[in-house]
Design a protein around this ligand. Sequence first.
Ligand code: NAD
Length: 292
Amino acid sequence: LDEQEAFDIEYWLLEEAKLQRMRRPKSLAGRVAFVTGGAGGIGRASAERLLREGACVVLADIDAGSLDTAKAELSKAFGADQVRGVLVNVTEEAAVERGFIEAVAEYGGLDILVSNAGIASASPIEDTTLEVWSRNIDILATGYFLVSREAFRLFRRQKLGGAVVFIASKNGLAASAGASAYCTAKAAEIHLARCLALEGAEAGIRVNTVNPDAVLRGSKIWSGEWREQRAASSRIGEDQLEEHYRARSLLKRSVFPEDIAEAVFFLASDLSAKSTGNILNVDAGNQISFTR
Ligand code: NAD
């Protein structure tokens, strides 16, 4: 072989290896995921992660504008066939049922539910109105119940098992002063997930929870009054919040939507085939650092 031929062969081998990597079957190819709150923040990052593994994803959200944007951008990146959007308020029983019917009509079935749609309210108990209390319980606890019920009905009918991933919160385990409605609703989600893990096990339905610590970037929750109130309760400026959470974590790292999305992918895929009823904290070690 002369030098040119050797070079050509080496180049061809490299190209071939690249092609093989591209041809490698994606771990969620052929699966269908329903992601609530998929138009923004953690939900959208999770949808993107599942799409990257070849899943078809139905984004379900109450915010029509963000939903259109997310759907258009993700369709452009992954192909229009792989992404659908449904306008759903997770607190409305009929709307949730319709959302799942649309998903099945589009893709013929369901394999994964990511229950993530949420809000957050902070106020001392004396100032917490019944409306605020109910909003947190309705969107978080009841919303997670309603979408899980639809997913379970489908999974049982299909007889192929299924994976449910709840995005709860560190605040579902750790109490936080001045956010009792949110914390209580998040605790309810965690316990709901455990109950459903028991109910679904025999049918191969796995239910796991991801507990993020503060994810400031990309989150609408952190652009509203929650941000103001959390800064006030920590007696710091709003611009110091990100550094505050980073500094108090064990790993001295900030948590981003993409970090949560990795945990979602793990729990939604066969990589976690032997896990159900579990909580995966994605908190840079914060849970431990509280107890040090
Ligand atoms: P986000 O506000 O950026 O995204 C939430 C999405 O849910 C939005 O697109 C919103 O339109 C949608 N939504 C809200 N109410 C809805 C309803 N009734 N029906 C359908 N969709 C609805 O917030 P995020 O930070 O990405 O939060 C996502 C989840 O993660 C929430 O459950 C939240 O409690 C949880 N979480 C967030 C953090 C954080 O620090 N960001 C930490 C722990 C847990």
